[in-house]
Design a protein around this ligand. Structure first.
Ligand code: NZQ
Ligand code: ZN
Length: 407
């Protein structure tokens, strides 16, 4: 067990009856709000109008920044900052998917930095303060509504990078599951894969774990496994949407971390797919996650055969975790040999992602060219300081192998 601090100050309104409190909550934080949104889904659904009406009723002046794209660009952040400065904005309201919330976070911290906001992405120690942020997620996926990270792309450098600060946790979040009933099937599936991956990134660790947190993560994985496909079959099923929404939030709000060191291996590899090809984040993760699990299992099997005692120990740690994943998430017969359970678990993961969620199963199906694999592998490892030091440490060669195995 590791020592850790858990502190998440975000106030969450969950359910269908709270959005009217948007105005009073914003008014408490300031009189001039910048409402940030994406390509138009919140305008079409009428959500923007009802939020603007609630803000106006509470005496809050509304400014707008729309057209924030998926895989949000630093150019949107700069645009938002220009409005913040021109209008003396004192609260940001993000209404949309993770891309919108992430751009809003970067604007909120950029307001207290005189240089270019990309500097903060490269070096979060430059973040000194943040405008208060209210998040209204319309898609269950990233958990950005209650976490401390944002992921921003820079078209000039071809990079997509995550950065984190405790100052980027939203002040208030309104989680209304019915807002996600209009999310298209592909985005619903990609969002489910993203939530599942967030759980895997923390769960698959070689650190000493709190068993209680592992059981919590397994429960959340089972929740996503059940309700992701159900939301695809029945998009208006509020119970499915609510379960996905709350699972997304708790997968990444810090609760499951338990002081573990984390490398977020699949995310490091996926961010290059999005940086090079602008692919949908969850779809990229869906292809990579089982390929990465397969790679981890192969390493453990090789280490197990070695004469090196420390490698044998590492093999056991990896196998034990894949075994627990198989038994507790996928209900595989615990009396089978560990490696057999692990391989069945990977197969079950594939089935869920590619048959039930109907996501593409190969990198080439996402438009990725074989000729880019080496460059993407180089970038993924370089952004992690030369090694993705996670559950199984990944060198540039390893990442290239994983990319190739699922190309
Ligand atoms: O732009 P609009 O018109 O709103 O349409 C969006 C967009 O086209 C649409 N959408 C969202 N809510 C909808 C809806 N369409 C109909 N009805 C609704 N209710 O969905 C599309 C995708 O939106 P996006 O915000 O890009 O999706 P998501 O929430 O999956 O966010 C992905 C971004 O978040 C980053 C990803 O890398 C990616 O850039 N991540 C952020 C994290 C964080 N902050 O902690 C962690 C994640 O691992 C992830 O990296
Ligand atoms: Zn993610």
């Amino acid at each position: 067990m590791n020592d850790f601090v858990f502190h998440n100050p975000c106030k969450v309104y969950f359910g269908e009856g709270h959005l009217g409190k948007m105005g009073p909550e914003a008014a408490r934080l300031g009189g001039r709000a910048l409402v940030v949104y994406g390509g138009g889904s919140v305008k079409r659904s009428g959500l923007f109008d009802s939020i603007a009406a609630s803000l106006a009723k509470a005496g809050v002046t509304v400014y707008e920044l729309g057209d924030v794209e998926p895989n949000p660009k630093v150019t949107s952040v700069r645009e938002g900052l220009a409005i913040v400065r021109r209008r003396n904005v004192d609260v940001i309201v993000a209404v949309g998917g993770g891309s919108v919330i992430d751009a809003a976070k970067a604007i909120a911290v950029g307001a207290f930095y005189s240089g270019d906001p990309w500097d903060l992405v490269l070096d979060s120690s430059k973040i000194i303060a943040s405008l208060p942020l209210i998040a209204v997620p319309t898609l269950a996926a990233t958990g950005s509504e209650m976490d401390n990270c944002a992921v921003i792309s820079n078209p000039d450098t071809g990079e997509k990078l995550g950065f984190a600060s405790k100052l980027m946790v939203p002040t208030v979040a309104f989680l209304q599951p019915s807002l996600t009933t209009t999310v298209p099937a592909f985005q619903t599936a990609a969002g489910s894969a993203d939530i599942f991956s967030h759980l895997c990134e923390v769960y698959f660790s070689r650190d000493r774990d709190l068993t209680m947190l592992d059981r919590e993560a397994e429960g959340l994985m089972r929740t996503v496994v059940e309700f992701g496909p159900r939301a695809l079959r029945r998009p208006r099923d509020l119970n499915a949407r609510a379960n996905l929404m709350w699972a997304a939030t708790w997968a990444i709000n810090g609760y499951l971390d338990g002081g573990k060191t984390q490398a977020w291996s699949c995310h490091a590899m996926e961010h290059e797919l999005s940086a090079f090809y602008d692919v949908t984040h969850g779809a990229g993760l869906a292809v990579l996650t089982p390929a990465w699990m397969e790679f981890c299992l192969k390493c453990a099997e090789q280490w197990d055969k070695s004469d090196d005692v420390s490698l044998e120990h590492e093999a056991l740690v990896v196998l034990d975790k894949l075994y627990a994943f198989g038994v507790n998430v996928w209900g595989i017969d615990p009396s089978l040999p560990k490696a057999k359970v692990a391989s069945k678990a990977i197969k079950a993961t594939r089935r869920w992602l590619f048959k039930e969620l109907r996501l593409p199963s190969a990198l080439r199906d996402l438009g990725i060219e074989k000729s880019s694999l080496a460059d993407m592998a180089h970038a993924a490892v370089m952004h992690k300081g030369g090694l993705i030091n996670g559950f199984v440490p990944l060198s540039e060669r390893d990442v290239k192998k994983i990319y190739k195995s699922c190309w």
